[in-house]
Design a protein around this ligand. Structure first.
Ligand code: SER
Length: 629
């Protein structure tokens, strides 16, 4: 079965079970500034999981394009890709655990004809302090299903410590593995975010070879367990029982019990082929042929070659889809990721000895495979190919010059801050690429010095835009900075007046006005608008200081900072505090929000705030336009 056939089979099956099939949403979330990309099938479903009725009913299914930007540097193993398709089905307060697990099992076994003996499943162990019980219910459903296939599936209570014992198939794990929300474990979930326990399905690529992989691990004399990363087991799907929402730091039941099931389409195909290497599935065939032609090296020939192939295959496929969704290579936000994908591909092709342009042909291989399902790829074929090649050519020149200079100026173990600065500022050589190359050579870049030089340089040339603000700040002129701070005041004022469930959905600033989208079910009354306006103006009058701090993500969360970002942060985040104090709960603090800035130093700089419009942008999302005068 080809990937296209498996996708079609899933959708047809879900249709036969009463689901309405909807097309994939764009890779760029609409009206949602909280995240740069659609990273899971459920992302466009959040309002419906929270209780808003879906116009097409309570049973929905699709194959959703996903892109996980945080995985870029992890590509190279046999199972991860930045772009993938997630096969999903949802019950919005309709069926629950029993029906979901039974339905998906029937699909895997009866429709895809996978062998039940290759399946292992996991369930949530529960957490007393959160008041969330152990999911024995799901475990029992699984037990029955295995029993119907004459498999006596035993339960493993403590796989992480004890490994997997004979005949164990159903395993209990804690919240790191069997809890799902867009922001991960419960403590990281912001207010209002839905989440719940999940039950995951693993496929066993059992072969003797795998056992050798354990030679140095504590499982060397035994079997591992489904969540071990050795490559024997592959998670192919996840049933999330979206039942809770975080409110006031604790978990409360959502108005309805939902199911959010997502499976990796490509991983299904791996299981069908009984080949755990995702890069061996059919969608990569044509692209691979082309890489082989220009590199004269074969996939699988040796580890380095395989690694480089995987990076190129993954990155060009992702870039093809992203450009198809309207994101061109560039320097800002989403565009920067497209640029990085293409540049990394060019560099890894360079490692394979490819010296001609290749991205166009590789992308053609992908467009041809996907064009029937994703018509936009065919429609935008020319644009996609042109954009790829333009970026490729530009970067090839940079790469060659940069690598030459790097070699010439870095004879020692350390690549000095000065050399790094020169490469970046003169050649536009990306710093992260320099770090990667240096690492491969066993060298280390003096980042501290580099950053110091870069900062001075930026201040001198007045180009500093103080980091990238994901929320839509167009420029960094003085008036826009004022609007940016006013946006934080507005966000908090809305929370105070309308309640804490108000959540930012988007923000856009021009020198003329600010625009702010937020999740809220009703039209605001005139009275509420006036209260919000008055509160913002009061805070401006109070002349509150606006200060920036860099702290860990966890600390930001525990101090009560607003901000919902599903892209993983590095260790540190930047927060802006309006008022006097450290925590949201301090009386002197009006707002604390994770944000890259920039902002004014004191709210007294803002003038007078006025709401000029309040309207609906889509169901459950309101938009405010406001001005400062
Ligand atoms: N939300 C779950 C996931 O992304 C299932 O769709 O894994």
């Amino acid at each position: 079965m080809t990937t296209n056939e498996v996708r079609a089979k899933f959708l047809k099956y879900m249709e036969s079970k009463g689901h309405v099939i909807i097309p994939s949403s764009s890779l760029v979330p609409e009206n949602d500034a909280t995240t740069l990309f659609t990273g899971s099938g459920m992302q466009p479903m959040v309002p419906y999981l929270l209780g808003q009725p879906h116009p097409l009913g309570k049973r929905i299914a699709d194959s959703q394009k996903c892109f996980r930007s945080q995985d870029i540097e992890d590509i190279g193993d046999n199972r991860h890709t930045t772009f993938f398709e997630m096969l999903g089905n949802w019950s919005f307060g309709d069926y629950f655990k029993d029906e979901e697990i039974t339905m998906i099992w029937e699909f895997l076994i009866e429709e895809l004809k996978l062998n039940p003996k290759n399946f292992y499943v996991t369930c949530f162990k529960g957490n007393d302090s959160l008041g969330i019980p152990r999911d024995d219910y799901s475990a029992n459903v699984w037990k029955e299903l295995f029993k119907n296939k004459e498999i006596d599936a035993l339960i493993g209570d403590n796989p992480e410590e004890e490994g997997m014992k004979e005949d164990e198939r159903i395993f209990f794990y804690g919240e790191k593995k069997n809890w799902w929300s867009r922001s991960g474990v419960p403590v990281n979930m912001p207010e209002g975010e839905p989440g719940g326990p999940d039950s995951e399905m693993f496929y066993d690529f059992d072969s003797d070879l795998k056992k050798n992989l354990h030679a140095n691990s504590k499982w060397s004399k035994d079997f591992c367990h489904p969540n071990c990363d050795c490559g024997r087991f592959l998670e192919i799907g996840n049933n999330v029982f979206m039942q809770y929402k975080k409110v006031g730091g604790v978990f409360v039941e959502l108005p309805q019990k939902n199911v959010d099931h997502g499976s990796g389409l490509e991983r299904y195909v791996c299981a069908i082929n009984n080949d755990e290497d995702i890069f061996n599935i059919d969608v990569f065939d044509e692209a691979k042929n082309h890489i082989e032609k220009v590199s004269r090296k074969k996939y699988g020939e040796n580890e380095n070659v395989t690694y480089a192939y995987r990076v190129i295959l993954d990155h060009i496929r992702a870039a093809t889809f992203l450009i198809g969704d309207g994101i061109f290579p560039g320097n800002k936000d989403q565009m920067y990721f497209v640029r990085r994908l293409i540049r990394r591909s060019v560099r890894f092709a360079h490692n394979l000895g490819v010296s001609v342009n290749f991205t166009k042909e590789v992308a053609t291989g992908f467009i041809d495979v996907y064009k029937n399902e994703y018509k936009n790829l065919e429609e935008k074929r020319e644009i996609i190919l042109t954009e790829l090649e333009k970026e490729e050519k530009k970067f090839r020149a940079t790469l060659e010059k940069g690598i030459k200079s790097y070699k010439m100026f870095s004879p020692d173990f350390v690549v000095s801050g000065e050399v790094a600065f020169m490469l970046v500022s003169t050649y536009g050589f990306p710093i992260e690429l320099l770090e990667e190359i240096a690492k491969e050579d066993g060298k280390h870049v003096d980042k501290i010095k580099y950053e110091y030089l870069m900062k001075n340089h930026k201040e001198l040339s007045r180009t500093a835009s103080a980091g990238k603000f994901k929320g839509g700040l167009g420029g960094d002129g003085e008036i826009e900075i004022k609007y940016h701070t006013a946006t934080h005041l507005l966000h908090q004022a809305l929370k105070n007046i309308l309640g804490d469930t108000v959540q930012q959905k988007g923000s856009n600033i021009t020198p003329e006005r600010l625009r702010f989208d937020f999740a809220y079910g009703e039209k605001m009354t005139d009275e509420q608008k006036k209260q919000v306006e008055d509160l913002v103006n009061q805070k401006i009058k109070e002349g509150l200081p606006v200060t920036r701090e860099e702290i860990s993500y966890d600390e930001a969360v525990s101090r009560g900072a607003t901000g919902l970002f599903t892209d993983k942060y590095g260790d540190k985040v930047s927060v802006y505090i309006i008022g006097n104090g450290k925590n949201k709960s301090d009386t002197g603090v009006f707002s604390i929000e994770m944000c890259g800035g920039p902002h004014v130093n004191n709210t007294s700089e803002l003038g007078t705030f006025k709401i000029v419009k309040e309207e609906a942008v889509s169901a459950g999302v309101r938009r405010i336009k406001a001005i400062l005068s």
